[in-house]
Design a protein around this ligand. Structure first.
Ligand code: DGL
Length: 269
């Protein structure tokens, strides 16, 4: 039965589990197959060609797991590869950029929106272009915050060093009068306490994972692919490399304990 197939999710590594956490809240009865490309992370500093090649491989892997839809949890892969994936694969593919942008637009009052993400996401202006596609009059401020990724993976969710780095990264955005800030990277929701304190409580933080989970829910209902099950869905985790601390980081990001993690050879599965 098509409806009972799992939802596929991929990310460059462990960060996409923040999106899985949101998907579980929005769709508790759906099963999820997650692939984290931990052997080839980070994507945020790689060329567009490489990110596209990896994204195609990851999608093929998920399709082999018989998924009914693919969620590109990685903002970098969403920024660079989403159009190629949508063209190449005959299955609904949902990224982070469009849902995050729509959510930001519905929240802003002064039409000044900030975006933070990896270097690749920011250099490709993925969010800015998407925001302007919807509303040309928006004023968009962008800032790459690459050090937030290792800080989140270190679990430094309110460490002094995280505040110092956030102060440095966010200082121009703070002066730009934005009222909405898109967390355009899988890892940033982990640091939302620090980011909120540094940017100020009047700025609304947008978690693209929350926004995309809502889109996944409405989309699978619209096309008749929502599960009929009333039991909790299964979560299967696949990665391309299992590092020593993967389990603990995975649990921090997912917000629940993890029992089994399966390693796959993503180039020869
Ligand atoms: N998952 C990536 C993203 O959301 C962050 C980590 C990386 O650079 O691969 O952009």
């Amino acid at each position: 039965m098509e409806k009972e197939k799992p939802i596929g999710v991929f990310d460059s590594g462990v960060g996409g589990l923040t999106v899985v956490k949101r998907l579980i809240s929005a769709l508790p009865n759906e099963s999820i197959v997650y692939f984290g490309d931990t052997a080839r992370v980070p994507y945020g500093s790689k060329s567009n060609d490489t990110v596209i090649e990896y994204s195609i491989q990851n999608t093929k892997f998920l399709l082999q797991k018989n998924v009914k839809t693919v969620v590109v949890a990685c903002n970098t892969a969403s920024s660079i590869a989403i159009d190629v994936l949508k063209k190449q694969f005959d299955i609904p593919i949902i990224g982070m950029i469009e849902p995050g942008s729509i959510s930001a637009i519905s929240n802003t009052r002064n039409k000044k929106i900030g975006v933070i993400g990896t270097r690749a996401t920011i250099n490709n202006h993925a969010y800015r272009n998407q925001l302007h596609k919807i509303d040309e009059s928006l004023i968009v401020f962008e800032k790459a915050c690459p050090l937030f990724v290792p800080l989140a993976e270190e679990g430094w969710v309110d460490h002094k060093a995280t505040y110092e780095i956030a102060d440095e990264y966010l200082k121009e955005l703070k002066q730009s009068d934005i009222d909405t800030l898109i967390l355009g990277c899988t890892h940033y929701p982990i640091l939302s306490k620090v980011i909120q304190e540094v940017i100020g409580k009047n700025v609304k933080l947008i978690d693209s994972g929350v926004a995309s989970s809502e889109i996944v829910r409405t989309e699978i209902e619209r096309i008749g692919l929502a599960t009929n099950s009333s039991a909790r869905g299964n979560i299967s985790l696949y990665v391309s490399d299992i590092s020593t601390n993967f389990k603990s980081i995975a649990e921090l990001f997912l917000g629940q304990s993890v029992s089994e993690i399966i390693k796959v050879d993503i180039e020869n599965f």
